[in-house]
Design a protein around this ligand. Structure first.
Ligand code: G5P
Ligand code: MG
Length: 228
């Protein structure tokens, strides 16, 4: 086992499946999942200021008192990183997104694994146009890939689903361009450190077994690959 505590991030363009993969990792390995995009959306709904991110802790008996995830949306630098909690791992989706953020993260911890998702542009556009979310929880659906039980309704709360404003085609193109420019040096940095693991494809279900195998070599899973 490489280390008892594992700190991992998942990088990838909009729609590449960061959220989907992070949820699967969270369930399979028992961890805390931080999503910078979700922090920002919650912050906007709450009217700005400091925001509390959604924190997932499914490691039995983990300390929930020191909750990570405070960010200043105006100058998103770095989420507060949780302390090593009983030997489990934490994972961040969508962070760091710029070299400045990667350097800020370096100052507070050393990453063990960086997972980078590479998905063709046309696939990204198709996925985002079919995405619906439950704003309060951040639960994500896709009309083809993982549809809700009832069209337009959240499975858990029965509340209506909405489409993200930034999933409109013109916004998607701008987001993809912005991501590409900012992410290149971040990816190069982690490649040079030998901790970058890149996965390419058009289907999360085909990428997932490789991600699971990679992490299983570093930390024991709580669930099998199929139980995500
Ligand atoms: P976010 O929220 O991090 P993005 O743009 O980076 O937003 P996004 O759009 O949330 O990323 P994702 O999480 O990579 O995409 O993808 P996902 O939601 O899991 O999957 C996309 C859709 O495809 C879903 O509907 C899913 O069900 C479906 N899907 C998954 N796999 C498959 C498959 O195999 N097949 C099919 N058919 N469907 C599939 O950040 C939002 C904004 O906040 C800002 C940025 O402006 C960002 O654009 N932001 C930051 N700004 C500065 N610094 C940071 N660190 C920031 N973080 C966020
Ligand atoms: Mg996401």
């Amino acid at each position: 086992m490489a280390s008892k505590v594992l700190r991992a991030v998942v990088l990838g363009p909009p729609g590449s499946g960061k959220g989907t993969v992070c949820e699967r990792i969270a369930r399979s390995f028992g961890l805390q999942h931080l999503s910078s995009g979700q922090f920002l959306r919650e912050s906007l709904r709450g009217g700005g200021g400091e925001c509390r991110g959604s924190v997932r802790t499914d490691g039995a008996g983990e300390d929930r008192g020191d909750r990570p995830g405070f960010v200043r949306p105006a100058e998103l630098r770095c989420p507060r990183v949780p302390p090593p909690s009983r030997g489990r791992l934490w994972i961040a989706g969508g962070f760091p997104r710029t070299l400045g953020q990667a350097e800020a993260l370096d100052r507070i911890c050393e990453l063990d694994v960086v997972i980078s998702l590479h998905i063709p542009f046309e696939t990204l556009k198709d996925r985002l146009s079919a995405r619906w979310i439950h704003p309060a929880s951040g639960r994500v659906y896709n009309m083809e890939f993982n549809p809700p039980h009832v069209h337009g309704i959240d499975d858990v709360t029965g509340e209506p689903l909405v489409q993200r404003e930034d999933d409109k085609p013109e916004a998607v193109t701008a987001r993809l361009r912005k991501y590409k420019d900012a992410a290149k040096p971040v990816i190069e940095l982690y490649k040079s450190r030998g901790i970058l693991h890149s996965f390419s494809g058009t289907e999360t279900n085909k990428i997932w077994p490789y991600v699971y195998a990679l992490l299983s070599n570093k930390i024991p899973p709580l669930r099998s690959e199929e139980e995500h």
